[in-house]
Design a protein around this ligand. Structure first.
Ligand code: DAH
Length: 333
């Protein structure tokens, strides 16, 4: 082998051997200057070619290029290893003794949790559960509930109409009709679900929220039953010292009607009343629309906001928090 090729091979071997000793990125940079920069030893091999006799040039050129590529490749590999910490000195990439990362697993949304809890409380009081459609007809949302055509609640601007007679239900009271249409008394049922109203969104209003409707129908059912049931469920759900009040109101489908408010105390001890929803004794006209004899049966109903109940129980002051899907909020419950 001509001397020059021998010399090339030696330089290449030395370069590769030296690379094995490089154990830091700083050392790697020194290495690059020594071998691969413009004046480096490997680059220098190509410079030597010019000085060779013509007949040696092709073989020497080929070899110089081969060595240069080999060293470059080895250099890049070393660079990757050092940058990713995969070197003998820095040890294995993983410490298998460290505790693992806990994967994020889903959980029930606070509204679902609250609904489950309410259903459980009412279940203990002997209520069963009814579910019905969110897309409703005017008959179940208004007509059968004694809400006349001229009633302001039927204004198209206050409802999400889908066509002339179909809308997204504005209240779970629709379920009073749907349950009574298909069953005969005695009835004791709760119906949770979503309702929709084109309200301007603020801390206490949403265009979609949840209600839980309760309906009890039988012989000799009185307002005392209504008040006792509300009192018992409020105390079971929020706590035995919870204060609530009963306030007269008007609803077309109950007579007499009331609204129930919960007492809210903020962190400074200030008290205020928050409305939970409406209730009352089922209006005889509603019984007539489902073919029940109003002389024989009496009943009561209520429809309370589930978000309101959860807000009171957990001290949440803005209904929008339920629907922003912010895990910092949701994962607290
Ligand atoms: N549906 C009424 C509302 O959304 C609330 C309501 C009032 C429900 C009286 C009732 C009731 O069951 O008897 O405002």
């Amino acid at each position: 082998m001509p001397d020059v090729l021998e010399q090339f091979n030696q330089t290449g071997e030395k370069a590769l051997a030296d690379l094995q000793q490089v154990d830091s990125l700083d050392a790697l940079e020194q290495y690059r200057v020594q071998y691969l920069s413009r004046k480096g030893e490997i680059t220098g091999l190509l410079g030597l070619l010019g000085k060779l006799p013509k007949d040696q040039k092709p073989a020497a050129g080929q070899l110089a290029n081969k060595i240069k590529n080999q060293v470059n490749q080895a250099f890049q590999q070393r660079q990757t290893e050092l940058s990713s910490g995969k070197t003998k000195k820095s040890g294995p990439l993983f410490d298998v003794t460290l505790p693992g990362k806990k994967p994020n697993i889903g959980a029930k949304h606070l509204i679902t949790q609250t609904t489950d809890e309410l259903l459980e409380i009412f279940g203990r009081m002997g209520f069963d559960i009814g579910y019905g459609p969110e897309v409703e007809d005017e008959y179940h949302n208004f007509v059968a509930l004694n809400i006349e055509k001229s009633h302001p609640a039927r204004d198209p601007l206050d409802n999400f109409y889908i066509d002339d007679t179909t809308l997204l239900r504005t209240q779970t009271s629709t379920m009073q009709i749907r349950v009574m249409e298909t069953r005969t008394p005695p009835i004791r049922v709760v119906c949770p679900g979503r309702v929709f109203r084109p309200d301007t969104v603020d801390a206490t209003h949403m265009f979609m929220f949840h209600q839980i409707e309760a309906l009890v129908v039988g012989e000799n059912i009185t307002m005392i039953d209504l008040k006792t049931t509300i009192d018992q469920f409020i105390k079971a759900f929020i706590g035995p010292d919870t204060k609530w009040r009963f306030r007269p109101h008007f609803f077309p489908f109950t007579e007499p009607s009331g609204e129930a408010d919960l007492l809210l105390k903020d962190k400074h001890g200030n008290e205020s009343w928050v409305e939970m929803g409406g209730c009352g004794m089922v209006d005889p006209n509603v019984f007539k629309s489902v073919g029940y004899d109003p002389e024989k049966y009496t009943g009561w109903a209520f429809g309370f906001g589930i978000e309101r109940l959860a807000m009171r129980k957990y001290g949440i002051n803005d209904i929008r928090l339920f629907y922003e899907n912010d895990l910092r909020f949701l994962s607290q419950f």
